[in-house]
Design a protein around this ligand. Structure first.
Ligand SMILES: [Zn+2]
Length: 242
């Protein structure tokens, strides 16, 4: 058996991540578009093959979706840059560096245990899909270079849905017009807030929400005391809703 046959994306003896990398490298090529159906047809025997494709990002691969490129249609992907050749000996573990639990905790704390993209917190159901609840994960701000260590500045808290943009393609979809209708219903102040979030491509924490996150960290007895105190200041008695 020659190396060429062995190092083929059709070889099911290879790991799924390597097969996806080989398929993209040999069949698609840098700068070209493809879709998830093609990927699934090429490597049909692997579950969650698109997850394996996302696993290439920490190895320097840049794969764009319609979410970050306006000229892609929702089922299209663009192989912008081929990263580490993970099928080559010595490159196998590129991008597989584990994030320490300490670093993970630091990132989550800095981001107030919320997805910086959509603002959802862990376990909270999605407003547009109440049957599924959010799981928080760490994403990379920019695909990190092969060999560089994971660090705080390059990591952000994202929910699995925002992180797995490709998977989201199969999920609940609203048309741009439907979203625009909802935008128009917002009061002007809220529209301005939304515009700032759009510019930053993340949900900026409002001051009230920051205080809420701080309040939630307190033990129940202190929360109760603050609840009473604020209720008194606002003249609503014990602070409970009436
Ligand atoms: Zn999110």
């Amino acid at each position: 058996m020659t190396d060429t046959v062995w190092m083929n994306w059709q070889n099911d003896q290879l790991g799924a991540r390597i097969r996806v990398a080989l398929w993209l490298h040999n069949e698609i090529g840098e700068g070209n578009r493809f879709n998830k159906q093609q990927l699934r047809q090429a490597i049909p025997d692997v579950e969650q093959v698109d997850r394996r494709m996302r696993d290439l990002r920490p190895a320097g691969w840049i794969i764009r979706t319609y979410r970050d490129m306006a000229n892609l249609s929702p089922d299209e992907l663009l192989l912008e840059k081929i990263g580490a050749h993970i099928w080559e000996p010595g490159q196998r573990s590129a991008g597989l560096r584990a994030i320490s639990s300490k670093l993970r905790r630091e990132v989550l704390e800095r981001d107030h245990h919320r997805c910086v993209r959509c603002g959802i917190s862990a376990g909270e159901p999605y407003p547009d899909d109440p049957s599924s609840s959010a799981r928080l994960t760490l994403g990379h701000v920019t695909p990190h270079k092969h060999g560089s260590a994971a660090h705080l500045e390059n990591l952000i808290t994202e929910c699995a849905r925002c992180n797995e943009a490709v998977k989201h393609l199969t999920g609940v979809q609203f048309s741009a017009e439907q979203v625009w209708d909802r935008i128009q219903e917002l009061p002007k102040r809220e529209k301005q807030k939304l515009l700032a979030w759009m510019a930053a491509d993340r949900r900026l924490m409002l001051e009230t929400e920051q205080v809420w996150a701080l309040y939630r960290q307190l033990p129940a007895i202190h929360r109760e005391a603050l609840n009473k105190r604020l209720g008194t200041v606002l003249g609503t008695g014990d602070g409970s809703a009436s």
